[in-house]
Design a protein around this ligand. Structure first.
Ligand code: NAD
Length: 269
């Protein structure tokens, strides 16, 4: 689905890839409904949308609140008349610790945001999207949604749930006007560590290893290209593309490679 003249809802529009998705869609001539739990960062996005802010509506919403998500449909329709697409981007990671050490409160929070938040948006907007001439659902999973990353196992499980939810929807909706795309980003430079309440030990800032990491605006460009081309899946970044091939060729080897890399980080806790 082409973005021009469409109305598209983006979750997590206050930071990182979500913010860049909002800005990119606006420059392509879309009307955007950006939602985020963080009001001040959402306001930053509005400031950055200079010249296009008239086509941007923002709502401070916690996507784990089903009633609040359900009220978004009405708000978006009263603002722009209809909705043509949703991009489920909001998400958090977990602390870098093993499942054995992770408490249920954290596990439920990760599942509630990454999986149930995505599901609430889909269940709320899908009946309306089915009435549109063309529509699109884009869900952001992760490289960690197909490849096990020790210390991010519950995050990975939540993103694997998003992967299968999205792929299942794609099959269920194949004869309808609603197209569906699942996105697997590799490493992207954003503030996801601090936004997830974690100290930045992975170097999303200035560390050496972070210098080659993909920027959020490039990632957003690839995601929107994928939507506009109606792709089934979008692998964002060389790391995601490479690990996707390797994992399909030899899952145990690929998992071992990541486990070795993560081992040092986990044991340095
Ligand atoms: N950055 C990466 O390396 C990377 C890699 C793979 C996948 N991803 C995924 O991409 C997506 C975007 O990540 P990012 O790196 O841009 O992160 P980010 O932290 O920069 O942005 C995420 C946004 O989601 C918002 N959010 C969090 N919980 C929310 C809630 N309950 N309700 C509404 N909004 C909420 C945050 O406030 C934040 O503005 C996430 O789903 C993440 O899991 C990121």
């Amino acid at each position: 689905m082409k973005a021009q003249n469409k109305v598209i809802v983006v979750t997590g529009g206050g930071s990182g890839m979500g913010r860049e998705l909002v800005l990119n869609l606006l420059t392509k001539g879309a009307k955007v409904v950006a939602i985020d739990i963080n009001e001040s960062s959402l306001q930053e996005t509005v400031k950055l949308a200079v010249g296009n802010a008239g086509n941007l509506a923002t709502f401070v919403t916690d996507i784990t609140n089903k009633q609040a998500v359900e009220s978004l449909l009405e708000k978006a329709i009263s603002k722009y008349g209809h909705v043509d697409g949703i991009i489920n981007n909001a998400g958090i990671i977990q602390p870098f610790i093993k499942v054995n050490d992770l408490n249920y409160e954290v596990i439920e929070r990760v599942m509630n945001i990454n999986f149930y938040g995505t599901l609430y948006l889909i269940k709320t907007f899908l009946p309306h999207l089915l009435t549109r001439p063309e529509a699109h659902i884009v869900d952001i999973s992760s490289m960690g949604g197909f490849l096990p990353v020790p210390g991010q196992t519950i995050y990975g499980a939540s993103k694997a749930a998003v992967k299968l939810l999205t792929e299942g929807l794609h099959s269920e909706l194949r004869d309808t006007n609603v197209k569906v795309t699942v996105v697997f980003p590799g490493g992207v430079k954003t503030n996801i560590m601090s936004n997830s309440g974690l100290a930045d030990r992975m170097g999303s800032g200035s560390e050496k290893g972070a210098q080659n990491i993909l920027t959020a605006d490039k990632a957003a460009e690839m995601i929107i290209d994928g939507m506009e081309q109606g792709k089934y899946r979008v692998l964002v970044g060389k790391d995601a593309k490479m690990m996707d091939k390797l994992y399909r060729l030899n899952p145990a080897y690929a998992a071992g490679l990541i486990a070795k890399k993560m081992g040092a980080l986990l044991s340095s806790k």
